[in-house]
Design a protein around this ligand. Structure first.
Ligand code: NAD
Length: 435
């Protein structure tokens, strides 16, 4: 199929590469010239396992390209997938301006198109957005929904850090729509995947991702609170959670149930806030969901207090992105912690291999250089050097290969682990956050 993808960020870049790898010809559209230029040189726009190779190969196969022209992309393709950002507004509502702008551009392009066009919403949007997007496209194209075009909701479930693997192995594919041909076209995109395809009402498909992400956030904060109590009593919190997940009556996956640091990233905080705000707008009380955010903030305070108690000031800060395996710094709890420490007079040297890589690829136009220059200047490529220069070593990422540095780590006055690296636990200077 000839497919256009709007938005070449974390979701769009992965969809572009993976759909092309599955045999489709895909054109990416973005308002950001740099991202368009990167795809047109065969370079992935994000740092994420395996995607760099896929983008390079598919570029060489001539199956991907990118443009800033929405018109050109829509005219060349039969299906457009919207993957633009839906960030939070300051009040907690979604900022849908990017998605509405995309709908206007698609509608404008459809004016000049005779063939039927399928529009797929892959971005995370609250119920009612599909209908609104249909209205905008109808207004700008002068065509009727269901005749000239259709809008299908198909939420993305990938997780940064394992995005390519998740793309090919989703637990479920959810598709909501009101047009048979469009629904079967979208379903056919996932023919190669083993996951069951659930065709459902549009509003159900729109709401599911919010429920998923809110539950992930709830799981993390639940495990962290259990961990905080367990630590206060010298109990192994990870063992408690491991056994908890073995209760077959619960039938619950252990994912996200590892006591540790706060959650973050561009999805969980935003989507939880979106659902709570939706409840508020509907005059529906959400005491449990509303408490999740406060519990998460509390976990950040506990990490800070643990560091403050050491009385030391020079910190080797390992892991700045919101989790290992990604360069994504949006709503990273590690960024919050780093900024609080700097504000309180601590001296930080930050090591994060993916953030460092994004600085190299972005040539001073990376996210950290643009939005966090005060942290960018603290990045140290060499972890050994960062450790040597510090009094406290603070570990925020699970994939940090601590075994390579055990000799120097054990000499440090304090070693604080927010994620539980088993190889470090026997060291005399070790302190875990909640185990
Ligand atoms: P992102 O910010 O990384 O990328 C969005 C891209 O859209 C940017 O490159 C931006 O320049 C581009 N854009 C904005 N307006 C545009 C327009 N009019 N035309 C073309 N491009 C435009 O966002 P993301 O993390 O990829 O998330 C995209 C959506 O997918 C969000 O709704 C998010 O909630 C959802 N989602 C994200 C993830 C994730 O792990 N990041 C997972 C599942 C779902």
């Amino acid at each position: 199929m000839n497919i256009s993808i709007f938005g070449l960020g974390y979701v769009g870049c992965v969809s572009l590469g993976c759909l092309a790898k599955n045999g489709h010809k895909v054109v990416g559209v973005d308002i950001n010239d740099t991202k368009v230029g990167m795809i047109n040189c065969g370079i992935a726009t994000i740092v994420e396992k395996d995607i760099d190779l896929i983008i390079k190969e598919e570029f060489e196969n001539n199956s991907i390209s990118a443009t800033t022209s929405a018109n050109k992309a829509v005219l060349e393709t039969e299906l457009s997938i919207i993957c633009v950002g839906t960030p939070s507004s300051p009040q907690g509502h979604l900022n849908l301006s990017y998605i509405y702008k995309t709908a206007e551009q698609i509608g404008e392009a459809l004016k000049n198109k005779i063939d039927f066009h399928t529009v797929v919403i892959r971005s995370t949007v609250l119920p009612g957005t599909n209908k609104k997007i249909g209205e905008i496209i109808a207004q700008f194209s002068g065509k009727k929904r269901g005749e000239g075009f259709s809008v299908v909701s198909n939420p993305e479930f990938l997780r940064e850090g394992t995005a390519v693997k998740d793309y090919y192995n989703p637990a479920i594919t959810v598709i909501g729509g009101d047009h048979e041909v469009a629904l079967s076209k979208v379903s056919s995109l996932y023919d190669e995947l083993e996951a069951p395809i659930e065709i459902t009402d549009i509003e159900v498909a729109e709401m599911i991702k919010y429920v998923n992400n809110s539950f992930h956030a709830l799981k993390i904060t639940f495990a962290n609170e259990v961990g905080n109590i367990a630590k206060s009593m010298g109990i192994d919190s990870h063992k408690v959670m491991e056994l908890f997940c073995k209760d077959t009556h619960l039938n619950i996956s252990p994912a996200y149930f590892k006591p540790g640091f706060a959650y973050g990233g561009s999805c969980l905080p935003k989507d939880l806030k979106g659902l709570v705000t939706l409840g508020h707008d509907q005059y529906v009380a959400t005491p449990v969901l509303s408490g999740v955010h406060e519990s998460n903030e509390h976990q950040k305070r506990l990490a800070f207090e643990l560091i403050a108690r050491t009385g030391k000031k020079k910190i080797c800060f390992i892991g700045l992105s919101f989790k290992e395996g990604t360069d994504d710094l949006r709503y990273s709890p590690s960024v919050d912690l780093a900024e609080k420490l700097i504000g309180k007079g601590y001296q930080l040297t930050i090591h994060d291999e993916n953030v460092h890589l994004s600085k190299l690829i972005g040539e001073n136009r990376s996210f950290i250089d643009e939005h966090m220059p005060h942290l960018s200047e603290l990045i140290e490529e060499d972890p050994k050097k960062a450790i040597e220069d510090s009094e406290i070593v603070l570990i925020n990422h699970r994939n940090f290969d601590a075994t390579r540095y055990l000799d120097i780590l054990k000499e440090k006055p304090c070693l604080i682990d927010l994620v539980r690296i088993p190889e470090l636990e026997e060291l005399p200077n070790y302190e875990g956050l909640c185990w």
